[in-house]
Structure formats: C-alpha cells, structure tokens
Design a protein around this ligand. Structure first.
Ligand SMILES: [Zn+2]
Length: 80
C-alpha cells in the first residue's frame, strides 16, 4: 500500500521564526530564511528604509545615501 507524500509546503520547520517564535513552512527554512514570511517582509522593509539614491549636491551624481543627515542637507527648502 502506498501512502501519498505530504507536500513540502505543508510541512512546518522544526525551528520557529527567530522574530515571533511561530512555526513556518520548512520549505522557507530550507531556502535559508530564519524568519516566517510575515517577519521576513517586515525585516526587508526595514532594511530598504535605510537607504535611498539622490544627488548629494546640486548637479551632482545620483548616489547611494544611507545617512539621514545627508538627506536633510540636500533639501533645498531646509530652514535650519
Ligand atoms: Zn515571524
């Protein structure tokens, strides 16, 4: 008698998400993610919020900016 294999996406990882302690699909764990989908999205959004691309001075090249103070300095309408 053969038994149908459980589909991988229904199997939960043996270690819970490092952020919220909830179990999440083993398939995601196998891809190397230590978090569940929800927390993974949040982490990704946070990382993305730490950089932008802008001109550091008038007519300058567009470049990667990670320091918020630099971004404030660029603002031509700044009052301080
Ligand atoms: Zn989580």
């Amino acid at each position: 008698m053969t038994q149908t294999k459980t589909k991988a996406k229904h199997v939960l990882a043996d270690t819970p998400c490092i952020m919220c302690d909830e179990l999440y699909p083993a398939a995601r764990r196998n891809l190397g993610y230590p978090t569940c989908t929800e927390c993974g999205d949040r982490v990704a959004a946070e990382v993305r919020s730490k950089w932008t691309v802008a001109q550091e001075y008038n007519k300058g090249n567009y470049q990667l900016i990670t320091n918020p103070a630099t971004l404030r300095g660029i603002n031509p309408k700044r009052t301080t």
